[in-house]
Design a protein around this ligand. Structure first.
Ligand SMILES: CC(C)(COP(=O)(O)OP(=O)(O)OC[C@H]1O[C@@H](n2cnc3c(N)ncnc32)[C@H](O)[C@@H]1OP(=O)(O)O)[C@@H](O)C(=O)NCCC(=O)NCCS
Length: 193
């Protein structure tokens, strides 16, 4: 493992913590209280706010702002120009800019967010959930669920590896890696093998 790489055009404020083998590319800005894990990649023009927590192996593509109130667990993928939010009813004349005003957004391990999607604050994306390009997420997303559209609705299920899952009559599905998934009910899928 080697120390984090920070491109000369990026700004990392004193006090930010950045794990080994993490790379921070052109024109990005990491604020003082942020904690970023190991082996992450932050593309061009990425902003990471104060007190944001980012796990290990997280990939954040170009033009993404991770605002205070957002938590990204390990191996989360944020597609280019996707948008997080942290205030539900912003008003310029009545600023809501303290941590007490922020609605938390939790993106759990292995979840992916497609290009240009928007996550309205206060939701949880379950483990390995997948948000399609351009979706607007307004509700929690179940683990392994694929959601698309505005507002986002579930259109299917995807394995941790990234294969769409087709369930047989017994409610079982096998992905290209031989991993087996079970559909417990309409809203619940889990990996069993
Ligand atoms: C969601 C996604 C994984 C589905 O891929 P897929 O399994 O190949 O799906 P298909 O293209 O067969 O589409 C299945 C259906 O979902 C619809 N659909 C697919 N992507 C959609 C999207 N982003 N928004 C709305 N609907 C979408 C299709 O129109 C199709 O509908 P239909 O059956 O009525 O024709 C993919 O379209 C996607 O959005 N990937 C994200 C890509 C991205 O942002 N990458 C970032 C890094 S470069």
């Amino acid at each position: 493992m080697s120390e984090a790489f920070v491109h000369p055009t990026a700004v990392v404020d004193d006090g930010a913590s950045i794990g080994d083998d993490t790379r921070i590319w052109h024109f990005s800005h990491v604020m003082a209280g942020a904690v970023i894990g190991e082996r992450c990649s932050l593309g061009q023009n990425v902003f990471v706010g104060d007190s944001v927590r980012i796990g290990n192996g997280v990939k954040i593509q170009n033009n993404v702002s991770v605002y205070e109130g957002v938590i990204l667990e390990d191996h989360v993928f944020c597609g280019p120009s996707m948008v997080f939010t942290n205030v539900l009813t912003p008003r310029s004349a009545f600023p809501r800019n303290t941590s007490a005003d922020y609605a938390a957004t939790l993106v759990k391990r292995g979840a992916s967010i497609g290009a240009n999607a928007t996550i309205v604050c206060g939701v949880t994306l379950g483990e390995n959930a997948f948000v399609a390009a351009g979706a607007v997420v307004t509700r929690d997303v179940a683990p392994y669920a694929v959601v698309a559209g505005v507002p986002a609705r579930r259109i299917g299920w995807m394995s941790a590896y990234g294969d769409m899952l087709t369930f047989d009559e017994q409610g079982r599905a096998v992905d290209s890696q031989g991993h087996v998934y079970e559909r417990i009910d309409d809203d619940t899928v889990r990996r069993i093998q």
